[in-house]
Design a protein around this ligand. Sequence first.
Ligand code: CP
Length: 380
Amino acid sequence: MRTTTLDDFLQGLQDKDLRRELLFRESRPFFVLISQQFSRQELENLCDTATAIRRMDRRPDGPQFLRGVLRDYRVMNLFAQPSTRTAESFIAAAEKLGATSRLVTDLQTSSFAKGESLEDSVRTLSSFFDIIVTRHQDEGFARRASYALSKSGRPIPVISAGSGKSQHVTQSLLDIYTLRYSFAERGGIDGKKVLIVGDIARNRAARSLAYLLTKFKVAGIHFVSPKDFSPDDDLMDYLVKRHGIHVESSTDLGEALTKQGTSIDAIYMTRAQQEWDSDQGKGITGSSPSYVLKEEYRDLIRTDCVIMHPLPRVNELPDSWENHEGFVVWRQVRNGMWIRASLFATIFGADVEIRARAKREGLIGRRGQPVGDTGQAHLF
Ligand code: CP
């Protein structure tokens, strides 16, 4: 590794080739920090592995095989911010593969409270664990942890499970997996137009998904956000200048759907990120009407339009949408466990064997296409 300082490491993440050198070991992800780090082929492999694990888990001898994949591995989940889905799905994913997990949610119970540096803390944890999964309000936390470990004599992988307002990489992986499933009989994600609604500037799930959509030949991304929380220049430059993605922006969901509703293939709703307000969300009120998917919009979109939300939700996606044909929010939740199991398997080099076994058993197609995924929701 060429870097010598933290600044070099952080700078290196902006460069496609250096990033690969910094974040991968032996062509496998080692530090999972930003969505952009994955290639299209790696995403397809992660999705195929997730499908293989999901389907094997339903086979008579599948769970036993899966529990042997990471037997004796130990996962440290260090979550400094609240989480229901991400933390528990990482734990469930580890259990599916036979690994054990610890979850630390109050960093004040650790020696951080005595002033121990992040660097010393993660190096200590690397003596007892095989991987660290971390969520933190500081977007640099996982990056600094990764840098410290990369310079240590005993590096272990790090997965960011949400970093500040910046990125939520594993959420975007499960979102891509869910989109791929949803469009399995409509030519996949290529050619689709995705509408992303909410507080884009402060929503790490929305941002990570937008970054990951550049790996596909999408017809376009349409952001609907309040002016003050529109996509920042970094994200727009990456989408438009670097990847030539057709991006539209507007400030009112009703107007956007009135003009273009039938051309939208997927709507990704998100909540207002009021925990970042000056009162730290004490006055959470939810989204203003312009960013709520109102019942009356049903007539403006196609019945096969996919409706997604990373959750948690407040008022922006009413329960009444659950009977819409394209509503896949609970599938997203379940997919979180499968894609995170796939990510663990990939990091530790077990994915090839899992996919090979799944192919032999006819659970996934030879070229990786998910056999019969569509219309088989009971298999999820
Ligand atoms: N989607 C998501 O990150 O949910 P949690 O905050 O509950 O983990």
